[in-house]
Design a protein around this ligand. Structure first.
Ligand SMILES: [Zn+2]
Length: 251
């Protein structure tokens, strides 16, 4: 909007009734959520990574589209924004993404989140899968320096599997055998002092310590200078054993 048009528009605001004022306020608040989300996306992704189509670094700003800065590549002349080439590209209703992120953190089901946000369940279903794809791919290439690792065992979930090799468990359920067995799956989580985190599913508990060590080492830039198994372990396949595999002393 041009400056003089904006001034005239502001003048007209004085003529609004109370009800109209409330409507404008609600509309601006809604837009605010969208703008907040767009700012967050821009601050994280910007366009610094170069053109997602050809990788060229030379680009220029090319207007706004859908509240996001659009760029144009000098090399291939294609346009893109911060979300092009990511799982969140072309998703609508950006003003509700942050609220949906909170709904995911609150473990709301797809249908419940749809009811809370006032969108169709197909929309929250699509968002859930796209957001999770992003989270899955958002991994650092390497961990650096002092790195701590710990493993945990979860009951293996076959949700969505069409051929279930065991009796179905209801509502999470419990293992049929005590202690560790092949009903569990081992998840190894490692974090360095900058907060970068890597996780690996290393298989059933019967998978050896050496397998876990290999996974962990592949995620480190070099052989870790210091390896600290974090916390206590629930099994004999614990971090101390892993530390021994690295030939370093646990803290
Ligand atoms: Zn390009």
């Amino acid at each position: 909007m041009k400056a003089h048009e904006f001034e005239r528009w502001i003048e007209q605001l004085r003529a609004l009734t109370r009800r109209q004022r409330e409507q404008v306020k609600a509309l601006l608040a809604k837009d605010d959520d969208g703008a907040r989300c767009s700012t967050l996306i821009e601050s994280r992704l910007g366009g610094d990574g170069g053109c997602p189509h050809c990788g060229a670094k030379s680009l220029y700003r090319h207007g706004l589209a859908g509240g996001l800065q659009r760029y144009r590549c000098r090399s291939c002349h294609k346009t893109f924004n911060a979300l092009t080439g990511t799982p969140l590209a072309r998703l609508r209703k950006r003003e509700k993404w942050l609220a949906y992120g909170q709904a995911m953190l609150d473990s709301l089901t797809v249908r419940k989140a749809a009811a809370v946000l006032g969108v169709h369940r197909n929309t929250t279903f699509r968002w859930r899968h796209r957001f999770l794809t992003w989270a899955k791919n958002d991994r650092p290439a390497h961990l650096q320096g002092i790195t701590e690792a710990d493993e945990t065992y979860l009951l293996e979930s076959d949700k969505g599997s069409r051929r279930l090799a065991r009796k179905p468990r209801k509502r999470g359920g419990a293992a049929t055998q005590r202690g560790l067995s092949n009903e569990q799956v081992c998840v190894l989580v490692a974090r360095d002092r900058t907060g970068q985190t890597l996780d690996f599913v290393t298989g059933n508990p019967s998978s050896t310590c050496a397998v876990q060590s290999r996974r962990f080492s592949s995620g480190c830039e070099s052989r870790p200078a210091s390896f600290a198994p974090a916390g206590s372990n629930r099994s004999s396949h614990g971090g101390n054993e892993m530390a021994e595999a690295f030939g370093v002393e646990g803290h």
